[in-house]
Design a protein around this ligand. Structure first.
Ligand code: OGA
Ligand code: MN
Length: 235
């Protein structure tokens, strides 16, 4: 990824058994993330979040009322429309401060600072929502940001599906630009996290044969100028 500069090169000690802890216990994971994003533009991680944090999110998600979720649409403001043909998920936007999600936002903020120190992406803030794909749900091939037209730089997806089986479908298919076949299919396993450059990878959620839960978010750069205030997402 030539667009990304990296200052530091370190060999990651240990394996996927990430340490978690208050005193910089996540730095091995963060180092792994920036290396993979620098080299490949994406990373797939298992067990990135501590169990209590993960289980807390799962509990929060699964105890939210149905009414707390809205049909997801496409585009912003005047472009916004519901499109049953493109995506069929329901979303619930999250904001920091709520006790159930604060640990997640803290982790995301630490990672933001780490990335900015090492990859110079200039990430400014983060927005995220829970997504519920009902049985039969999908999201057709799309990019999260078109080059130069959006302030989304880095997409994150955390999966919250205990005991996802191969026949359950719902994989995230990742494509390279201008290629018709995915180079990767990722099952939405509990605790798995995918992070990728928003402008680089078209991707698709294949039909899920059972309800599928995720927490999807985007690190953004500051897209506001004197003339154009960055438009808020319609929720
Ligand atoms: C999205 C998206 C992928 C997934 O919400 O933009 O692409 O695996 N989600 O849930
Ligand atoms: Mn997407």
């Amino acid at each position: 990824m030539s667009a990304i500069l990296k200052t530091k090169s370190q060999v990651r000690p240990g394996g996927p058994q990430w340490g978690h802890g208050p005193s910089g216990g996540d730095s091995n994971i963060f180092e792994h993330i920036i290396e993979q994003i620098h080299d490949h533009g994406y990373v797939v991680l298992d067990g990135a979040l501590a169990d209590n944090l993960l289980n807390g999110l799962f509990l929060h998600f699964t105890t939210l009322d149905r009414e707390a979720f809205k049909q997801a649409g496409i585009g912003r403001q005047q472009d916004f429309h519901l499109n049953d043909f493109t995506r069929r998920d329901q979303i619930h936007w999250l904001s920091p401060g709520a006790v159930e999600v604060q640990g997640y936002f803290d982790w995301i903020e630490q990672l933001r600072l780490y990335i900015n120190r090492n990859l110079f992406l200039g990430l400014f803030d983060y927005e995220c929502h829970y997504a519920h794909y009902p049985e039969g749900g999908f999201y057709k091939k799309h990019v999260d940001a078109f080059r130069g037209t959006s302030n989304r730089r880095l997409s994150t997806i955390l999966y919250l599906n205990p005991q996802w089986q191969p026949g359950d479908g719902g994989e995230l298919a990742m494509y390279r630009e201008r290629e018709n076949d995915p180079f990767l299919r990722i099952a939405p396993q509990y605790g798995r996290m995918v992070i990728f450059l928003s402008e680089v990878f078209p991707h698709e959620v294949l039909r899920a044969n059972r309800a599928r839960f995720s927490l999807t978010g985007w690190y953004r750069v500051n897209g506001s100028t004197a003339e154009v205030l960055d438009p808020p997402l319609i929720t």
